[in-house]
Design a protein around this ligand. Structure first.
Ligand code: NAP
Length: 312
């Protein structure tokens, strides 16, 4: 395993503590990403119940999937929550091999290791597996047909996860934002402070996901599985409600009380290297039914974002 010595030592120290307490071991990848960071916040209150090990790319680099099996052998996790991903959608059009390794091959290898060690995998995927031609919310069994390479690489990850370990749980989410990291909300706030007017795409429809809400949902799922109730397969999670990026920007402007003039434009007027699905709304009823998860409306969660405060 290509770990830096100090990182390896700190993970080993954490693991020794776990052995003495015999708590279920939960590995979470992508600790510095939006979702990984939110899970770190929640893990603090759960340390009596679970032993969390958070990794970043210095102690588990998914661009080299051969490093995954040694990590499993060393820590023997009971749960593996994969929040790490290649997420730069436009760059994936040119960095195809890297995107496919991280989002596809590595997820397949994680699932293989989970199967071997009876570890429950929860891995995160995306609404971008859909082509955007739908007119009603996508069900978890709606046929996937990605229109960009990022979506394709994530779909390969889903397929390998289920092929190598049918007990895998895949959570597709969409339009993720958090106080931590880069996202549409923070970009809008920055641009609204810099510019007197902005043009925002109004013909891509979807639903934002506040990473703090998704992190809470994942912890609920963890408790449910830990209590002995088995679930597997594909789930959808986003906040409730349906909006365009323009609608989202209008709400951000209102809550931030900024004077910037906002104008709706079409996708054709804002070309990007990667094509985006026009209609990206997912049906979340399965995760609600199977796990009893309550999903806040996007407006309520956006208010929470402002209430909690954020780093520029
Ligand atoms: N963001 C969205 O709008 C969105 C929408 C739909 C689905 N999703 C999915 O939701 C999940 C969480 O997304 P997010 O918004 O939290 O992503 P994010 O903020 O971009 O974080 C991604 C994380 O992956 C890590 N990572 C990237 N390459 C890696 C590598 N080679 N080895 C190990 N770690 C690596 C990053 O590490 P560094 O911090 O070192 O870069 C970062 O911590 C991902 O599966 C993503 O595909 C996201």
């Amino acid at each position: 395993m290509k770990n830096g010595p100090s990182n390896q030592k700190s993970l080993v120290r954490e693991n020794n503590q776990k052995n003495s307490r015999m708590k279920p071991v939960v590995i979470v990848t992508g600790k510095n990403g939006q979702l990984g960071w939110e899970l770190q916040q929640l893990a603090v209150a759960l340390e009596e119940q679970y032993h969390f090990i958070f990794t970043d790319r210095t102690n588990l680099n998914l661009s080299d999937p051969s490093t995954i099996a040694p990590l499993f052998e060393q820590f023997q996790p009971n749960y593996f929550i994969n929040c790490a991903a290649y997420t730069t959608v436009d760059k994936a059009e040119t960095e195809k091999e890297l995107a496919l390794t991280i989002n596809g091959t590595a997820v397949g290898e994680i699932a293989r290791c989970c199967e071997k060690q009876h570890c429950q995998l929860i891995t995160i995927s995306t609404d971008y597996v859909f082509d955007g031609n739908g007119t009603a919310p996508y069900k978890t069994d709606t046929v996937a047909n990605p229109v960009n390479y990022y979506g394709y690489s994530k779909l390969v990850g889903e397929q390998l996860a289920l092929k190598n370990n049918p007990s895998s749980i895949i959570i597709r989410t969409s339009w993720v934002y958090s106080q931590h990291g880069n996202n549409f909300v923070k970009t809008m706030l920055r641009l609204m402070k810099e510019k007197s007017e902005l043009k925002i795409v109004n013909d891509q429809i979807g639903c934002p996901t506040f990473a703090a809400d998704l992190a809470k949902a994942i912890i609920s799922m963890l408790h449910e599985i830990q209590s002995g109730n088995k679930h597997a397969g594909i789930y959808h999670y986003s906040n409730s409600g349906v909006i365009s990026w323009f609608d989202f920007a209008v709400a951000i402007k209102k809550l931030a009380n900024l004077p910037t003039a906002l104008y709706p434009i079409t996708t054709a007027e804002f070309p990007t290297p990667a094509k985006r699905p026009a209609y990206s709304v997912m049906d979340t009823s399965k995760i609600i039914a199977d796990f009893g998860i309550g999903i806040p409306h996007w407006e309520e969660s956006l208010r929470q974002f402002f209430y909690k405060g954020f780093r520029e």
